[in-house]
Ligand binder design. Structure first.
Ligand code: SF4
Length: 286
């Protein structure tokens, strides 16, 4: 890669989120369209599965913000309904069906919670830095639990609403969860190695307990990805991409292109995967 004009100067800490790093890994062109292009490329219509996911996340966050006495199962369902995001669905009938399904999902989940078990954080922003990166992100829920030896430990809880069933491997290999655990542990000066995916559609929890080494591996990987992003960003911002934009930010076409917000602006992606209808990602699509 051609060196940017300011090569040799000390590089600033690279600010990033786990989502930004994952986007680079998935497709550098999508990364450019998402984070660098100005004006930004036009995005496709909203996805119904994202609307459903946001509605569920908002309802669960709102439930924990209620007074303890108000944290009932019905209250969770009511929050889901009052905050329903009605975007991306085929029609009002499908939206209503999905709202009913989501209400059931949220109520079933909340029925298994202890309303008095106050989380340490809800939609809590955490961050940490190394010599190379500053990484920030938002944790759905940060629990504080007693370990078997009596010590306190923090647990990163991530709600999932997608239709794909999850496995323990999803928790183990998730770089975002590992980075959140590292950041939370450092911020609260408390051990945080356990990460959990709570998959509401299947009412299952997939947990993984990291070691210091496995957290370190995820962090080094994040630094390595961030270094690639920083290089690409610098070339973009220094205007060194004439005729080479697709070399630095190559498209990575594959089946996921059907779900890409920028598919309509991407010839390779459009040629690779048919456009998905906005509601096709729902667990039960029409
Ligand atoms: S359509 Fe595919 S190749 Fe094109 S930007 Fe999106 S993910 Fe990348």
């Amino acid at each position: 890669m051609e060196q940017p004009a300011f090569e040799g100067m000390p590089r600033r800490l690279y600010p990033c989120t786990p989502t930004r790093l994952s986007t680079w890994l998935d497709c550098p062109r999508r990364y450019r369209m998402t984070y660098l292009d100005r004006p930004p490329a036009p995005k496709g219509p909203p996805w119904a599965h994202n609307s459903l996911g946001a509605s569920v996340h908002n309802a669960l966050a709102g439930w924990w913000r209620l007074e303890r006495a108000q944290r009932t199962v019905t209250a969770a369902g009511d929050l889901l309904e009052s905050g329903w995001i009605n975007q991306g669905y085929a029609d009002d009938t499908q939206s209503a069906q999905q709202r009913e399904t989501a209400r059931h999902m949220v109520e079933r989940y909340v029925a298994g919670l202890d309303p008095a078990g106050e989380p340490l954080g809800v939609e809590r922003t955490v961050g940490t830095r190394t010599e190379r990166i500053v990484v920030t992100g938002r944790i759905d829920r940060l629990d504080e639990r007693r370990r078997s030896d009596g010590d306190r430990a923090l647990v990163v809880v991530d709600y999932k609403t997608g239709r794909r069933p999850l496995t323990t491997d999803d928790a183990r290999t998730s770089m975002p969860l590992a980075l959140y655990a590292l950041a939370a542990g450092r911020m609260f000066h408390t051990e945080c190695r356990l990460v959990e995916l709570h998959h509401l559609p299947t009412a299952t929890v997939h947990a993984w307990e990291h070691s210091a080494e496995s957290l370190g591996r995820h962090l080094r990987r994040a630094e390595s990805i961030a270094a690639e992003c920083a290089d690409a960003d610098e070339h973009f911002q220094a205007g060194l991409l004439a005729g080479r934009v697709d070399t630095v930010f190559p498209p990575r076409p594959g089946p996921a292109c059907g779900w890409c917000d920028y598919r309509a602006s991407c010839p390779e992606g459009s040629a690779t995967a048919a456009a998905r209808r906005p509601w096709e990602g729902l667990a039960v699509a029409l």
